[in-house]
Write a protein that binds this ligand. Sequence first.
Ligand SMILES: Cc1ncc(C[n+]2csc(CCOP(=O)(O)OP(=O)(O)O)c2C)c(N)n1
Length: 159
Amino acid sequence: MNNRGYASIRNTQRNYFAGRYLGTGPEAGLFLPDLEKVADTYGLPFLRISDAAELDSGLAAALDRQGPLLVDVRLLPDETLAPKVAALPQPDGSMLSMPLEDMSPLLPLEALQEEMLVPLLPASFTARNHARSCSDPGDAAPSRALPAAAARLRADRGA
Ligand SMILES: Cc1ncc(C[n+]2csc(CCOP(=O)(O)OP(=O)(O)O)c2C)c(N)n1
């Protein structure tokens, strides 16, 4: 899976360090070998899947093959990773580490509480207080799409 470097580090540097990239990929001094040449060096057959439209046929061709095959699946280098456990910048400059059950984009507090069997941890409340008072909440913003998704999930479960 080839996102030209380290997408999660790129994501962190984009979100927390205003896109000042270091060591994330070719854009920031990280050398990445040409995988076709790597395959050739080891005498391996090689296949590149360049975008989603090629995924089905590419994977089918790869799985049809006997023996080793190096498959270079190209991903979007800047894809936003979600849901994920985020550390949320606070107004005082500190970072708030979120509990595993409370991933970003954040659900509305009530939706999260409804899903949980045990009480929420203090960070879940702190994060939402910050999101309300912050003019550019970034990662901390509760998604508008997610309350509807949570409602559909509950309806599917018959809850
Ligand atoms: C043992 C260890 N070392 C370093 C890290 C820091 N780290 C987090 S994500 C990451 C890059 C992962 O790259 P890759 O597996 O290519 O996944 P991508 O981020 O590109 O999706 C690193 C080095 C870590 N989580 N664990």
